[in-house]
Design a protein around this ligand. Structure first.
Ligand SMILES: [Zn+2]
Ligand SMILES: [Zn+2]
Length: 109
């Protein structure tokens, strides 16, 4: 008996520019969920991340372990955006208050 893996399979690189759910059984375009995503999930400490609709977020919660998640916002999965663990959102690094926090964390004063 093999236990099912608690880790979500990290599939191929997907186009997230429309913020659609990246759930894709079999990891092929024909099975892409393609619903509007409502959740952003970071799967592991390498910051592999995915987008999920309500239905597939429920699946992810029931089935997989993950590092963090938050409601999809305008910056989620967009080029140049970074995951903000403290504030449960994605931000662009040129977002000034966020940059100030990053500087403080890096000891750059
Ligand atoms: Zn979905
Ligand atoms: Zn996000």
């Amino acid at each position: 008996m093999t236990q099912p893996s608690p880790f979500a399979p990290i599939g191929r690189e997907m186009d997230t520019s429309r913020q659609t759910c990246t759930h894709s059984p079999g990891d092929q375009a024909a099975t892409d969920c393609d619903m509007k995503a409502t959740w952003h999930i970071v799967w592991d400490t390498r910051l592999e991340n995915g987008l999920a609709c309500d239905r597939h977020m429920a699946v992810a919660r029931a089935r997989f372990v993950f590092v963090d998640s938050h409601r999809v916002g305008p910056a989620c999965a967009m080029p140049g955006a970074v995951w903000d663990f403290d504030n449960k959102r994605c931000i662009y690094p040129d977002d000034e208050p966020a940059l100030a926090v990053a500087r403080a964390l890096n000891g750059d004063r």
